[in-house]
Design a protein around this ligand. Structure first.
Ligand code: PLP
Length: 283
């Protein structure tokens, strides 16, 4: 296995970051996660665009251009011989004596690694998963893909201990999003409901692509907030993320959704997304 650290491709045991790294001390950094299928990065331009935005919002200079990032990502995938899985990349404000203020003249710390895993054909995708709702305990800038993920670590662990595979976070009675995914329901009338973009959620890249695919497919789309009760009563529910694509949800807080099996609209969207990921349209 080969990982990336500050310009070098190294075995993981040689890729060491000093304890004074601000990512380690302050969670002072941002990240991206990109899906890989057939050895190709899925929606990589959109991920790099979101990375640029996250870096700008926390005032770290982007260490690479979009084409440099792409070349490094592709080289890492190639060196690991990965055909299906996940590429993680992270940029922190760098290494400096511990002090809250931005250090001057410090280079950011850039790390990347890959994780081989099945995406296209998994039990979760075939049979659906259970989610449980938990309070959303995060900060006010959830639109930034910050490496500070303690609230999600606790939310997802709570979900696991309750026998579920994902946590749906709730604020003021409305679902915000999953611990590491965007949240969708399908109404009995067959329209898709998804929360509009704001500082309350991460602008999911898979969400964005899925919305485009559903529009092209003529599925009615409602971009609005939905409550936990509406989700319990939905015909279907699903989540999206770069590392899982589209995953059906068959129970929420132990209540069966629809007939307790992945719904037809969810299955169709998963199919459309998979097709797009495998045969990206030539722009
Ligand atoms: N929401 C949160 C909080 C996430 O952490 C993620 C992915 O990690 C998503 C949504 C899904 O975003 P994407 O489709 O870009 O992976």
């Amino acid at each position: 296995r080969i990982v990336f650290l500050n310009g070098s491709f190294l075995p993981p045991e040689e890729a060491k970051v000093p304890i004074m790294d601000r990512g380690f001390l302050f969670s002072d950094g941002v990240y991206e996660g990109v899906g890989v299928i057939d050895g190709r990065l899925v929606d990589n331009e959109a991920h790099l665009e979101r990375l640029e935005r996250s870096l700008r919002e926390i005032r770290i200079d982007n260490p690479y251009s979009r084409s440099e990032w792409t070349r490094l990502e592709q080289e890492l995938v190639r060196r690991n011989g990965m055909t299906e899985g996940f590429l993680y990349l992270q940029v922190t404000r760098g290494v400096a004596e511990r002090d809250f203020f931005f250090p001057q003249g410090v280079a950011p710390t850039v790390t990347m690694f890959t994780q081989a895993k099945a995406i296209a054909d998994t039990p979760a995708a075939r049979d659906g998963i259970a989610v449980v709702t938990v309070p959303d305990r995060r900060w006010e800038r959830r639109d930034i893909k910050s490496i500070s993920l303690l609230a999600q670590v606790l939310a997802k662990q709570e979900a696991r201990e309750k026998g579920a595979q994902e946590a749906w976070m709730v604020e003021d009675g409305y679902v915000t999003e999953g611990g590491s995914s965007s949240a969708f329901i399908v109404t009995k009338a067959g329209s898709i409901v998804v929360r509009p973009l704001s500082n309350a959620i991460l602008p999911g890249i898979t969400r964005q692509s899925l919305l485009r695919l559903s529009r092209e497919d003529g599925i009615v789309l409602e971009e609005r907030r939905f409550t936990v009760e509406e989700a319990y009563d939905a015909a279907e529910a699903f989540l999206t993320s770069a590392s899982n694509f589209v995953v059906p949800i068959v129970s929420i807080d132990g209540r069966r959704i629809g007939d307790g099996k992945p719904g037809p609209i969810t299955k169709r969207l998963r199919e459309l997304y998979l097709q797009m990921a495998r045969e990206p349209a030539v722009a």
